[in-house]
Design a protein around this ligand. Structure first.
Ligand code: MG
Ligand code: MG
Length: 274
């Protein structure tokens, strides 16, 4: 796995020397700002889901995202992040994550289109990803997309102060396996706040190679399971960013920025009310 390809998601590597220490709890005032950052992200993704149609290019979507993020008083979190050249990651079909928007990438009916974006507002980031079924997709693709979104919510439902990361990882893994798909292990979610990527790594599968952190109220997590229809393994293209499935099978992902509360969670990037 190329280092550049890992930088927009937390790389799935253990960080034994940083356990707990780096996890920042947000104050109520900081959470208020993160709600704003996350609301901008949710608004942009909802708009993109409504405007995308066959014949557009992924560069068109990127232009819309950057324009709207800036209109709402924020800056794109991804643009320039370790050299990433755009405001969204747009990954189609067998592309898993970190696809680079391009005028040459034309969106077609039947595509499984992942759009991931982030906004930096008054010192804090929001981060979210959706998978869009473009026009009529195959029944298999529709099922993959549905299960990917369900898996995200299975994980989120485990979130509350006192729960552990393995609780949500197990819930995600079980739902994915029960539906015959695989969980990508090369990328994980992450803490999010003043930095786009913070401690802890929010893994989507049972593992003991990363700290099984106990959740506390005030943590803000980007939870972002990635599901493949075939092999869970990925490889990185020559552009040093785009990760694809090794067997060219379809991939889908959903991500929310979530606040841990005493009795549960708040989905900061919820699109329901934007
Ligand atoms: Mg993320
Ligand atoms: Mg993201």
């Amino acid at each position: 796995m190329n280092i550049f390809s890992q930088l927009l998601n937390q790389p799935a590597l253990p960080s034994p020397n940083k356990q707990r220490r780096g996890i920042e709890l947000k104050s109520p005032r900081e959470v208020d700002i993160m709600r704003e950052a996350a609301h901008i992200v949710a608004t942009v993704l909802k708009e993109i889901s409504e405007l995308v149609e066959p014949g557009m290019t992924t560069a068109d979507l990127d232009a819309h995202a950057e324009k709207r993020i800036r209109e709402m008083g924020a800056t794109p979190s991804f643009k320039g992040y370790h050299g990433f050249p755009a405001s969204i990651c747009s990954s189609i079909n067998n592309e898993v994550v970190h696809g680079i928007p391009s005028r040459k990438k034309v969106i077609r009916t039947g595509d499984v289109l992942k759009v991931d974006t982030g906004a930096y507002y008054q010192g804090f980031h929001g981060d979210s990803c959706i998978t869009i079924a473009v026009g009529d997709v195959t029944p298999a693709a529709a099922t993959l997309i549905r299960v990917a979104e369900e898996a995200l919510y299975k994980g989120i439902e485990q979130v509350k102060a006192g729960a552990h990361l393995l609780d949500l990882a197990g819930a995600i893994e079980d739902h994915v396996k029960a539906n015959g798909f695989t969980v990508v292990e090369d990328f994980t979610g992450h803490g999010v706040g003043r930095n786009l990527h913070e401690e802890p790594s929010v893994f989507n599968f049972r593992t003991h190679s990363m700290p099984n952190v106990k959740l506390r109220a005030g943590m803000t997590l980007a939870i972002e399971p990635i599901l493949n229809a075939g092999s869970r393994f990925t490889r990185t293209l020559a552009d040093r960013w785009t990760a694809v499935t090794v067997d060219n099978s379809l991939s889908a992902q959903f991500e929310h920025t979530v606040l841990v509360t005493d009795d549960g969670y708040e989905i900061l990037t919820d699109r329901t009310h934007v």
